[in-house]
Design a binder for this molecule. Structure first.
Ligand SMILES: NC(=O)c1ccc[n+]([C@@H]2O[C@H](COP(=O)([O-])OP(=O)(O)OC[C@H]3O[C@@H](n4cnc5c(N)ncnc54)[C@H](OP(=O)(O)O)[C@@H]3O)[C@@H](O)[C@H]2O)c1
Length: 342
């Protein structure tokens, strides 16, 4: 029997626990170790999620010979340092979104992964869900005709709290990096699918938004993306505003509404509504899939088993294109972080 991919979890915050549960529910992965900046947090996490080994430093996790792949789930500004160090330790990397603060940092991680021959994936878990694959298939086979417009939002309101990573500039706060990255990645996925490609990069990006007066990061923002194939995408995000968090894709023969595009089956029902021109009621395409983060762990393991250098659902080239758009969107808002000076 094939052995399971042995995961190390780097950090012990909110999403690290969610992913640990995903690995435990996966077909091809198993939890091996966790690393934290503090031994107490590592031990608490190991107890809560049934992780065999707890390390009181991230370095000790990277030295753990029983760990093959590391899931990096620190705040965004720490992703670059630790993802590069994971690569240097010869372990595969699943790093939380956004891969890092900007395109330049993402390119450094990509280069480290290439140089050390390890798999790299930015953890856009929604790409691994069958609902997303179905959206791509519907577009590719022309179910809504020629696609013209994509609308994608991802936003929530968190009360202003300078201690929270969402509002703290030094911790990469603001909506564009935290959730705008999803909306941009969905729009790029759809624009690519219209041409039978895994993604497309826009030729023009125009953005606007509101910088929070105390935090100095975007409370909410919107952008328009123009693609070479004529598709236009409107994306919006925020950490200080409620939005409907859906994707709508409009074509010449109908349109798709995806009410839970990013966390299908977890936050909202996994379902696509297909509206065809001339028919009142939409066709409903529903999904009963395994847990979202288990799918992500299994997609990663499958790519590794297939000898790939990255994961087809979210390739490194796709990540670099996404980061470039986020850079342009932030530039339009006048939003720069310390990492942009590096
Ligand atoms: N894919 C998804 O569904 C999803 C959902 C939420 C968040 N995320 C991403 O995952 C990352 C973490 O988000 P989160 O909500 O889990 O954050 P969080 O709850 O604040 O946890 C972050 C963890 O990072 C570690 N850390 C390292 N350096 C830190 C520093 N300087 N300040 C604070 N913590 C530090 C800490 O773990 P130790 O104390 O153990 O070292 C901390 O618990 C972000 O990049 C975010 O974009 C992804």
């Amino acid at each position: 029997m094939k052995t399971k991919l042995r995961w190390g979890i780097l950090s012990t915050g909110r999403i690290a626990g969610v992913f640990a549960r995903g690995v435990a529910a996966s077909q091809a992965g198993q939890l091996a170790a966790v690393g934290s900046r503090t031994p107490a947090a590592a031990e608490r996490f190991a107890r809560e999620f049934g992780v065999p080994r707890a390390h009181g430093t991230y370095e000790a996790l990277l030295e753990d010979r029983g760990v093959e792949a590391v899931y990096v789930a620190t705040p965004h500004p720490q992703h670059a340092e630790w993802a590069v160090r994971v690569a240097q330790a010869g372990k595969h990397i699943l790093c939380e979104k956004p891969l890092t603060m900007n395109h330049a940092g993402a390119a450094r991680i990509a280069e480290a992964a290439r140089a050390h021959g390890v798999v790299l994936m930015e953890a856009f878990m929604y790409r691994c869900h069958p609902q997303t694959a179905k959206v791509v298939e519907l577009i590719t086979r022309g179910a809504i005709g020629r696609v013209g417009l994509v609308q994608a939002t991802f936003s929530f309101h968190a009360d202003f709290d300078p201690g929270s990573r969402l509002w703290n500039k030094a911790l990469g706060g603001g909506g564009v990096l935290d959730v705008g990255c999803y909306a941009v990645s969905y729009a790029r996925l759809v624009a690519g699918a219209a041409d039978g490609q895994p993604f497309a990069n826009p030729v023009r990006v125009a953005g606007a938004g509101l910088l929070h007066p105390q935090a100095g990061v975007d409370a909410y923002a919107a952008a328009t993306l123009q693609f070479a194939n004529g598709i236009v995408a409107q994306v919006a995000c925020g950490v200080g505003l409620q939005q409907d968090n859906s994707v709508r894709i409009y074509g010449s023969e109908g349109w798709l509404h995806i009410p839970a595009p990013y966390q299908p089956g977890l936050v909202g029902r996994a379902v696509i509504f297909l509206y065809r021109r001339g028919r009142d009621a939409p066709e409903e395409i529903a999904f009963d899939a395994p847990p979202l983060y288990a799918l992500e762990a299994d997609a990663f393991a499958a790519a590794l088993a297939a000898g790939r250098s990255d994961v087809p659902q979210m390739s490194v080239a796709d990540t670099l294109g996404n980061m470039a758009v986020l850079d342009q969107w932030r530039a339009a808002l006048g939003l720069a972080y310390d990492a942009d000076q590096a």
